[in-house]
Design a protein around this ligand. Structure first.
Ligand SMILES: O=P(O)(O)OC[C@@H](O)[C@@H](O)c1c[nH]c2ccccc12
Length: 269
């Protein structure tokens, strides 16, 4: 684990302990089970086959970039993304490092019909219940943060709550670890993300997706999401030529005065 990631994960453990004192596990479980049925994030991102689908991200700040967008209204951003043709929304919910909030999810879902991913560092079942209770339709699981047994437990729990999971990796080592579990416990609810950001050097390179592509089954290409560092229509064209049609874009859009217009331009008018 990189230093940044290790620090964030350590902080998450204290955060989960604190949250559990406020709302005990039994109570958050109850709230999760009583919340409305999730929207189908998986279907929104993978259909139709072979066509570009963009997960547009709502992110005010990040450890690598600092403050990204001063004028930050998550609901207005979600509306703009929806009108521009985003397939789904990714919303940072980490408060300390990304200036996000779990409350944004419900606000966004009230404003747009798109499914929403809780983008956070999930290391504990408590956070999965919390995500569902907050209205999330999907959660991110990061290969670099989780051992194999932990990953399987979280996948089973997410599936029992009808959440889609996006399992993301950067390192080859972690791709090898998670590869046998792609599609577990249900093939219709897991997505595989390749994160182009190297958390050690904090640089992004979409070439990383091409390098790892050879290690991914042809049949998994439709569930593959290239994440981070995507900025131009040319990036998208190159990914499409390699068969990658699902992408996750944050910073580039968040830096533009008009993120909706920027998304339209990115997707090719
Ligand atoms: O802002 P970018 O370079 O377009 O990247 C978006 C997304 O991939 C990035 O925010 C991300 C990928 N994996 C994460 C894990 C946690 C927090 C954030 C992320």
């Amino acid at each position: 684990m990189s230093d940044v990631l290790a620090e964030i994960v350590a902080h998450k453990r204290t955060e989960v302990a604190r949250a559990q004192q406020r709302i005990p596990l039994e109570q958050i479980k109850e709230r999760a089970e009583q919340s409305a049925s999730p929207r189908n994030f998986f279907a929104a991102v993978t259909r139709p086959k072979g066509e570009l689908r963009v997960i547009a991200e709502i992110k005010k700040a990040s450890p690598s970039a600092g403050l990204i967008r001063e004028d930050f209204d998550p609901v207005a951003l979600a509306r703009a993304y929806h009108e521009a043709g985003a397939a789904a929304i990714s919303c940072l919910t980490d408060e300390k490092y990304f200036q996000g909030s779990l409350d944004y999810i419900a606000q966004i879902k009230e404003a747009v019909p798109l499914p929403v991913l809780r983008k956070d560092f999930i290391i504990d079942p408590y956070q999965v219940y919390e995500a569902r209770a907050a209205g999330a339709d999907a959660i991110l699981l990061i290969g670099e943060c989780l051992g194999e047994a932990e990953l399987l437990d979280l996948l089973i729990l997410a599936h029992s709550l009808k959440l889609t999971t996006l399992i993301e990796v950067h390192e080859v080592e972690h791709l090898l670890k998670i590869r046998p579990h792609i599609g577990f416990p249900h093939p219709a609810y897991t997505l595989l993300g390749i994160n182009n950001r190297d958390l050690k050097s904090m640089t992004t390179d979409i070439g990383h997706t091409f390098r790892l592509l050879g290690m991914i089954e042809e049949s998994d290409i439709d569930i593959l999401v290239s994440e981070s560092g995507i900025k131009t229509p040319d990036d998208i064209r190159r990914l499409a030529e390699a068969g990658v049609h699902r992408i996750l874009v944050g910073e580039h859009l968040m830096r533009q005065p008009d993120p909706g217009q920027a998304l339209r331009e990115l997707m090719g008018g």
